[in-house]
Design a protein around this ligand. Structure first.
Ligand code: ADP
Ligand code: MG
Ligand code: MG
Length: 915
């Protein structure tokens, strides 16, 4: 008989912390906490396997489950000294979802299961607290009605049906908070809630405790498949077949009066990483109240005054948990009449700033090793991005404050600076960013396309909008509200609990201190300080960038930089993959070196043809009708190219520099509009018709597969000749100055060995000539970009001549998948949302397909040339998962844009550590 149910309680448990796949994170850790002697209310976990079986069998529980549940329920009753469904001594339970990874708020939980009119009376007799009992019943009917019976708002402007009834009651009774309602009010609420259920579903609210329990379990399992959970998994790449566990846990009550409370906390500050106990609690409340952000809770430090003994015990547990789990924990607890109960622990989600500080501090404290500090669970490489993002310029901020634009201050929940226009609804935010938020070709984004999502509080439905927004600002909720949690995970700038904001969803306005801001107005939020400012505020470089790139800050003045540097040093010590950069000018090259690059993996030469007079010479070359005319035009380009290469070689100080010969089709250098063509004709002294004709003749139906790459250099060998000359003249000049150089000439879009041979011959001949002319010889290589499926398959042939390979995974993805990067926008979303493809193949290498081609290329290439140097220079070179793949298949280096270099360094270290 398969074991479907795992008991925990007292100081024993059938499960343990490592069993997350089967028991989910919550269940496994509840068991583990029992085992280390922490106070956990008894209960049991129904495995994730049952969730999958339940779904596969048309919502039927597998055979034997009920018997196992009954057995575990009996044990639970024994430990807790109460009986489920018993009218005189009732045990209440919660039914809580929990997948193997935490998916904050994506799935459902029901509290106070087992209540009906009879057990309610029993509960009142047992505790002598009728207000508490009715409060619990009110909550139960509301939660069960929502989660299990499906009474939810039906449009985004509509209020939650239960909240609506509750609000009316509060208005009628002239109270502000639900804990101010009287017993009679609560009774009336229960009546109205049940009526609403009957009204909407046509059925009576269930009274039988077991019916309630199994209904809740079914709802929890079903919540694995709800839209927001599915979207969430897709976003983080979690498989849909993991399933969720259902945890049945004896209720303990934080709503039994002033000596009771409920709270959540982090063992350290998850926003900044500071080593302080960080959390919040509410007196006389139940768990969901804190997380839902409906009432703003008290900071945990206040508990020291409110309940000194409980605080001391909790602080002690804080230390125990960190030692035991060797990581920062995110805990949930409840105090019932002065007794502390632990309800959950897990590794806390954290910002990039906190992730690095936790890791570095814990190594210093001797809690973890350097290698552990580098693990992906602690620092996802992309999180380093946050440390490189701009912050508000202090002068601009001071000016904004002088101009009385400081509107309010909330809780700083996600560090960083965000300026954008106000949107009140997540889907509007998403739509706006989709339309106006795309970065231009330089990666710059128009401020108009940036959004700050302003809300009362956020809920799991909002995650797409939160993802689209630059910043998130909420009026309610504390540092552990949904908004704060999700923002931290996404690395968004976030301020929560900004009480002064009066948000009106209907008029789409937010009023602060008498000022009214509308949807579409600019707002700026400082996630380091919690300050909210009207209008736009200018930003400046982050501390790390100020130290490394702008050199306007000293390393010793920036703690963030010091931690960053330490971590990078540890990463470099373990990684085997080299990290290069894609750069085509000295400035970018120097930046990349500051970020730790060890060479240039791709220097695109075509970018050099656009500036100033160069484009003119380039156009002359394209218009030229004879070889002589073409050579004459190319001769004008030569000095420019040589100058560029000289600058780059000097900047790179002997590191390898891979220079790709001309790649894009020639039409990209010509104007396509009428006006542009007229101007060009005048400038070059030719007729407009001639220009138009040439443009027309260069037109291609599919330029991606057209006359480009080495095909240009083969048909017009003089182009390759000029480029090779520029490279070697520059190399010789720089070498003569005593600076080492290491040029690697890379021929693009090769598919056939003879293509490569012909181009390599030109390069080698020019090299020989230039070396003779300059009287100096430099070491160099000639290799090729592998970016066509044919090149992968024929890699053994190509490697007989090519001295290195570099995978051009942008084109290899396009040609391998038959999917153009410029056109896939129209269907990729459908593909991803319907799980037709696991990930965007232009962001992360399509491991099975394109990755398979790469593997063939590596194997065949090295069969011919065992020590073949192989790298990657597509966009994927800066994507952590792709970097790990490259390590696995044995590449020598990855190359990415300068700002991704630190990310690639960390990813490479994680790959080397196998984590
Ligand atoms: P989530 O995964 O969304 O955090 P949980 O299952 O942890 O959902 O439940 C949310 C909150 O409900 C908990 O933080 C806790 O405060 C409260 N809760 C859950 N189970 C119990 C219980 N058995 N007794 C008291 N409170 C509970
Ligand atoms: Mg929880
Ligand atoms: Mg290419």
């Amino acid at each position: 008989m398969t074991k479907y149910v795992y008991f925990f309680g007292g100081r024993t448990a059938e499960g343990k912390g490592e069993m997350k796949n089967l028991l989910g994170g919550k269940g496994a850790n509840l068991a583990e906490m029992c085992l280390i002697g922490l106070p956990v209310p008894a209960g049991f976990t129904i495995t994730t396997e049952v969730c999958n079986l339940f779904g596969d069998n048309g919502n039927k529980y597998p055979e034997g489950l009920v018997a196992q549940v009954e057995e575990a329920l009996k044990k639970t009753e024994e430990v807790m000294g109460a009986k489920f469904g018993d009218p005189t001594n009732p045990l209440l339970v919660s039914c809580r979802s929990g997948a193997r990874v935490s998916m904050p708020g994506m799935m459902d939980t029901v509290l106070n299961i087992g209540l009906n009119e009879k057990t309610l009376e029993g509960l009142i007799k047992k505790t002598g607290k009728d207000r508490f009992a009715w409060d619990s019943y009110r909550r139960f009917v509301q939660m069960y009605g929502d989660v299990v019976l499906g009474l939810k708002p039906q449009s985004k402007e509509e209020e939650d049906p239960f909240e609506h009834i509750l609000k009316e009651m509060k208005t009628a009774k002239k109270v502000e908070l639900d804990n101010q309602l009287e017993v009679e009010d609560l009774k009336e609420l229960v009546k109205q809630f049940k009526a609403a259920v009957k009204n909407r579903t046509g059925k009576d609210f269930p009274d039988d405790a077991r019916e309630q329990l199994y209904g809740a379990v079914a709802a929890v399992f079903a919540s694995w498949g709800n839209d927001r959970a599915v979207v969430y998994r897709r976003q983080y790449g979690y498989p849909h077949d993991w399933g969720t566990a259902a945890n049945i846990c004896s209720m303990v009550f934080g709503n039994m009066g002033e000596d009771s409370a409920t709270g959540v906390a982090f063992t350290r500050d998850p926003a900044t990483g500071e080593k302080v106990f960080y959390g919040e609690y509410l007196i006389n409340a139940q768990g969901e109240d804190v997380v839902a952000g409906i009432r703003t809770p008290n900071p945990i430090a206040m508990l020291q005054k409110d309940m000194p003994e409980v605080y001391a015990q909790l602080d002690d547990i804080r230390g125990k948990l960190e030692k035991h789990y060797r990581d920062v924990q995110d805990i949930e607890f409840t105090v019932q009449q002065g007794k502390l109960w632990m309800l959950q622990t897990r590794n806390g989600k954290r910002t990039g700033f906190a992730a690095i500080r936790f890791a570095v501090d814990m190594v210093d404290e001797g809690l973890i090793t350097k290698e552990e500090a580098l693990s992906v669970g602690r620092i996802p490489p992309d999180d380093l991005n946050q440390l490189l993002q701009p912050i508000f310029d202090p002068n601009a901020k001071r000016k904004a404050i002088d101009e009385k634009r400081l509107l309010a201050k909330g809780i700083n929940a996600g560090p960083g600076a965000a300026t954008g226009i106000i949107k009140f609804f997540a889907d509007d935010a998403e739509e706006h960013v989709e339309k106006y938020g795309k970065p231009d070709s330089h990666g710059k984004r128009d401020p108009k396309g940036r959004v700050v999502l302003v809300r009362q509080e956020t809920s799991p439905e909002d995650i797409r909008g939160m993802k689209a927004a630059d910043g998130i600002l909420t009026a309610f909720g504390g540092a552990s509200s949904h908004a704060a949690l999700v923002s931290r995970q996404m690395g968004k700038v976030c301020i929560v609990g900004c009480k002064e904001l009066e948000i009106n969803y209907k008029t789409r306005t937010v009023t602060v201190k008498g000022k009214v801001l509308k949807e579409g107005d600019y707002i700026s939020i400082d996630g380091f300080t919690g300050e909210v400012m009207e209008g736009q505020v200018a930003t400046k470089a982050s501390e790390v960038v100020q130290v490394l790139i702008e050199k306007t800050m000293k390393p010793e003045d920036s703690k963030v930089y010091q931690q960053f540097a330490k971590l990078m040093e540890w990463a470099d010590a373990v990684r085997t993959l080299k990290i290069r950069t894609n750069a085509d000018n000295p400035t970018d090259s120097e930046r990349a070196i500051s970020f730790g690059a060890e060479g240039i993996g791709l220097c695109r030469t075509e970018h050099m043809f656009f500036e100033g007079d160069r484009i003119r010479a380039m156009r002359e070359m394209i218009l030229a009708e004879t070889l002589e005319a073409r050579r004459a035009a190319l001769a004008k380009l030569l000095p420019y190219q040589r100058e560029d290469f000289t600058g780059i070689f000097k900047a790179m100080k002997g590191m390898p520099v891979t220079i790709r010969t001309l790649d894009p089709p020639l039409h990209e250098f010509l104007p396509h509009d009428d006006k542009g063509q007229s101007e060009m004709a005048t400038e070059l002294g030719v007729s407009k018709e001639k220009v138009a004709e040439r443009v027309k003749s260069l037109h291609e139906f599919n330029p991606m597969l057209g006359f480009r790459g080495c095909r240009l250099g083969l048909v017009y060998s003089e182009i390759t000749e000029m480029q090779a000359r520029a490279i070697f003249e520059a190399a010789c000049d720089v070498a003569k100055e005593g600076i080492a150089v290491e040029p690697e000439v890379m021929i693009p879009l090769v598919g056939f060995l003879p293509e490569f041979k012909a181009q390599a011959k030109i390069v080698n001949d020019v090299a020989k000539t230039v070396f003779a002319e300059k009287g100096i010889t430099v070491k160099y290589l000639v290799g090729t970009m592998i970016e066509l499926p044919r090149a992968c398959i024929a890699a053994d042939q190509i490697a007989s001549e090519a001295q290195f390979f570099s995978f051009g995974t942008n084109d290899l993805t396009q040609t391998g998948l038959g999917m153009s990067r410029d056109d896939y926008g129209s269907f990729i979303r459908h593909y991803l949302e319907n799980d037709l493809m696991p990930r965007d193949p232009f962001q992360t290498i399509d491991f099975d397909g394109v990755g398979g081609l790469m593997q063939i290329g590596v194997e065949k290439g090295r069969k011919t040339r065992a020590d073949l140097k192989i790298g990657i220079c597509g966009e994927h070179g800066g994507d952590p998962d792709s970097v790990k793949f490259c390590h696995k298949i044995g590449l020598n280096y990855v190359s990415c844009s300068p700002f991704r270099v630190p990310i690639a360094r960390l990813a490479a270290a994680q790959a080397a550590l196998g984590k």
